[in-house]
Design a protein around this ligand. Structure first.
Ligand SMILES: *Cc1c(COP(=O)(O)O)cnc(C)c1O
Length: 358
């Protein structure tokens, strides 16, 4: 057994999981209290009258191929958000354990921890060094009850990749002390390899991947959590029995086939070209103080007058993200790269507002 399971909640380790209706596709189903007929107009492959296959073999194999790992190391859920939630619920005892996060970062880590009644320890990224990971401070902040360390790379909302060697130091130093959860939601937009390749080296490494960003499937709700098989087995006990809707399974298999992977690659190229164009254009405007370098499909912009930039975007019919409540982001806005037309409208809007300012 992977000794990292010693960190899991004892009541989850000893849990008798829910026994879902056996998956026996060669037999006709009279064991799950389903209707034996489809609803009129139900054009799904499997029939929506039937419960879906829990953790469908074909889907898990497909995701394992897509992400360069083996099916035994994959659990699929409703977006990476579900992966985050599963980890917190399986590893953190309410009122006793904590997660560690490096703000400014993705909001769900803290929310999931709070919902579970877990503590949240914050070790900020170092803004003066381009929002760099502060490994020594993370190690110094670790205590016995810190079960999960969330590392988002490229980080949302700052956009930058974190140093891979530093993350490996964390994995090595904390190999039996905490899970290091590397959220790679935006890795497809970065010129960097996934840490999936390091799974063999680190029994405490967990990787989150999602179809919501690079594959244009945010509405399908599907993400993969990739980890040592013992961690996967543990989380499989906690996940809701029929987590993935039939429509999601069908759409993902179809919309991430070879042809769609090629489509996604082309679109990513366009996003990267546009990211450079928008960054350069905005950086030259008087309302903008700094555009941070980005390894993702959005940019973080420090503004001289963030309210004016927000208003300019709204007048152009565009909504951008206001992350100013996060530490270090008091004058920053986050802008997702859109179509060339949307990007033009944004640039023109901020340009005009800059003119009004002058
Ligand atoms: C968007 C995003 C996700 C993806 O969430 P899903 O639930 O898969 O849609 C995960 N992590 C980060 C940092 C994100 O920005």
């Amino acid at each position: 057994m992977n000794p990292i399971l010693n960190l899991a909640r004892p009541d989850i380790l000893s849990l008798q999981p829910y026994q879902h209706a056996a998956w026996e596709p060669t037999l006709e189903r009279m064991h799950a209290n389903e209707m034996p007929w489809r609803a009129q107009g139900d054009a799904s492959n499997a029939g929506l009258n039937r419960y879906p296959e829990p953790q469908p073999d074909e889907l898990i194999e497909h995701l394992a191929n897509l992400y360069g790992t083996s099916p035994k190391n994959v659990i699929a859920g409703r977006g990476s958000d579900e992966g985050i939630d599963l980890l917190v619920r399986a590893f953190c005892r309410a009122g006793e354990d904590s997660v560690l996060i490096c703000p400014p970062t993705f909001g769900m880590y803290k929310v999931s921890a709070r919902i579970q009644g877990a503590g949240v320890i914050e070790v900020p990224l170092v803004k003066e060094r381009g929002f760099e990971l502060d490994v020594q401070s993370v190690l110094a902040a670790w205590r016995e009850n810190v079960k999960l360390i969330f590392i988002c790379t490229p980080n949302n909302p700052t956009g930058n990749l974190l140093d891979r060697a530093s993350i490996e130091v964390l994995c090595a130093q904390l190999s039996d002390k905490a899970l290091v959860v590397v959220d790679e939601a935006y890795i497809e937009f970065a010129n960097a390899a996934s840490m999936v390749q390091e799974l063999e080296r680190f029994p405490n490494l967990v990787i989150l991947r999602t179809l919501s960003k690079a594959y244009a499937l945010a509405g399908a709700r599907c993400g993969a959590l990739i980890a040592h098989e013992d961690i996967i087995s543990l989380l499989a006990r906690v996940i809701t029995p029929y987590a993935l809707p039939t429509h999601t399974i069908d759409s993902v298999l179809h919309l991430t086939d070879e042809e769609h992977v090629a489509e996604s690659k082309q679109r990513i190229e366009l996003i990267l070209t546009e990211r450079a164009r928008v960054s350069e254009a905005l950086a030259s405007l008087p309302l903008v103080r700094e555009v941070w370098p980005s390894d993702s499909n959005f940019i973080l912009v420090d503004c001289k007058d963030a309210d004016a930039v927000l208003r300019a975007a709204l007048s152009a019919g565009l909504i951008i993200r206001d992350p100013r409540s996060q530490p270090g982001l008091g004058s920053s806005l986050r802008i997702s790269i859109g179509t060339p037309d949307q990007n033009d409208r944004l640039i023109r809007g901020v340009e005009q507002a800059s003119g009004d300012l002058a």
